[in-house]
Design a protein around this ligand. Structure first.
Ligand code: 5GP
Length: 362
């Protein structure tokens, strides 16, 4: 397990509000309970519960959003989430989050994202590199995951990039607003679009204009695909051919073949899929088939808070379940660099990080 923690890792599928620490959620719930807005005991039981079916998860997200959706709290959770991933030796992190309008809190999609960025920039425990057109020097190349500070103090470095999620409950116009916001914020660390939200809600045709718009603008796209066996939508998603896909649990043989022939990189979320029933068990998870077929893939957490996991734990599970050796785990982590949405300079830098780590870990 310690080796999996020490391994430098790339996280490509992490939802901000699904990655919040339980302790923070409980503290926020206590504050709302003190104001008489919720009953703490009811909420506490829900937050601490272990079993998470797919419908339960989406009820929980509605609760999390009540607890977290004001500017200061969004800033706080963004900061903590980056700190937690950095503590796991994640060297490149794409956080995805749904920009939210909330009139009662004076919140717009833009101000929500500003609050997220403020949180990412507030991290002090590690050196965060978030692209900023005003300080391009931020993005200078580095050869190791650590930098020298004051001679001998070492500080870890993490690259953070943001993906804007379209929630399946949103209208076409709201989804288009999110894509336009991504374009507006491209110099502030926003580099892609995600389609997520309850997979039994909404219609592909509703989001298609926004996804098409993003494609035309050259914004990379990742889509949650096949969390439920919705044949029409899975086919439409494969036909759309985004840069990456999340989950791919319920594909039939024809769709599976098509996925493989299109060579679309897959974000694999083992714990999440087993907990929500997308995969029957760890042993029978479709990771094995894709891995054996040398299909491009990357291990991810999805919702580390909600599913009580970490990226190191996901690597450990792969070793324990499928018998991957340390060199194989190392290659898996290293190959994920190819599927990041950030530019070539970041890729180059991350390759160096892995080259140095190889000497240390292998
Ligand atoms: P947020 O976007 O609010 O930061 O993160 C929570 C949101 O991410 C949820 O409300 C949901 O829209 C999306 N999400 C988190 N986990 C999953 C998942 O496993 N599947 C899908 N389809 N959406 C998810």
């Amino acid at each position: 397990r310690e080796w999996c923690v020490a391994l430098p890792k790339v996280e490509l599928h992490a939802h901000l509000n699904g990655s919040v620490r339980n302790s923070t959620l409980l503290e926020l719930a206590k504050q709302l309970a003190d104001k008489g807005l919720i009953v703490f005991e009811d909420v506490k039981d829900v937050i601490m519960k272990n079993g998470r079916s797919l419908p339960e998860c989406f009820k929980l997200f509605d609760l999390f959003h009540i607890l977290t959706t004001d500017h200061d709290t969004v800033t706080r959770i963004a900061k903590e989430v980056v700190e937690d991933f950095a503590a796991e030796n994640v060297v490149y992190l794409e956080i995805r989050t749904t920009p939210k309008n909330n009139g009662a809190k004076g919140m717009t999609k833009r101000s929500y994202m500003n609050a997220v960025i403020k949180g990412v920039k507030a991290v002090e425990a590690v050196d965060v590199v978030l692209f900023d057109s005003n300080s391009r020097t931020n993005d200078t190349l580095t050869c190791t995951p650590t930098i020298e500070l004051d001679g001998d103090t070492k500080k870890k470095r993490i690259y953070v990039r943001l993906l804007l999620s379209i929630d399946r409950r949103e209208t076409t116009s709201a989804a288009l607003d999110t894509v336009n916001l991504a374009l507006e914020m491209k110099d502030q660390g926003v580099i892609g679009i995600d389609l997520s939200g309850n997979p039994v809600v909404g219609e592909w045709e509703t989001y298609l204009p926004a996804l098409q718009h993003a494609k035309e603008l050259g914004i990379p796209i990742t889509i949650h695909c096949g969390e439920v066996p919705n044949r029409k939508e899975i086919q439409a998603v494969l036909d759309f051919c985004p840069q990456r896909l999340g989950h791919v649990c319920c594909l039939n043989d024809v769709e599976w073949k098509m996925l493989k022939s299109l060579i679309i990189p897959v974000e694999i979320c083992l714990t999440s899929n087993v907990m929500t029933g997308g995969a029957p068990s760890l042993e029978l998870h479709h990771f094995a088939d894709l891995y054996n077929a040398k299909h491009p893939l990357s291990l991810c957490t999805d919702d580390s808070g909600l599913f009580s996991t970490s990226l190191s734990n996901e690597y450990y599970l792969v070793a324990a379940t499928f018998g991957l050796s340390k060199p194989q785990l190392f290659r898996l982590a290293q190959e994920a660099v190819q599927f990041i949405f950030a530019d070539g300079n970041v890729k180059k830098s991350l390759k160096e990080v892995f080259r140095h780590a190889e000497k240390r870990l292998m």
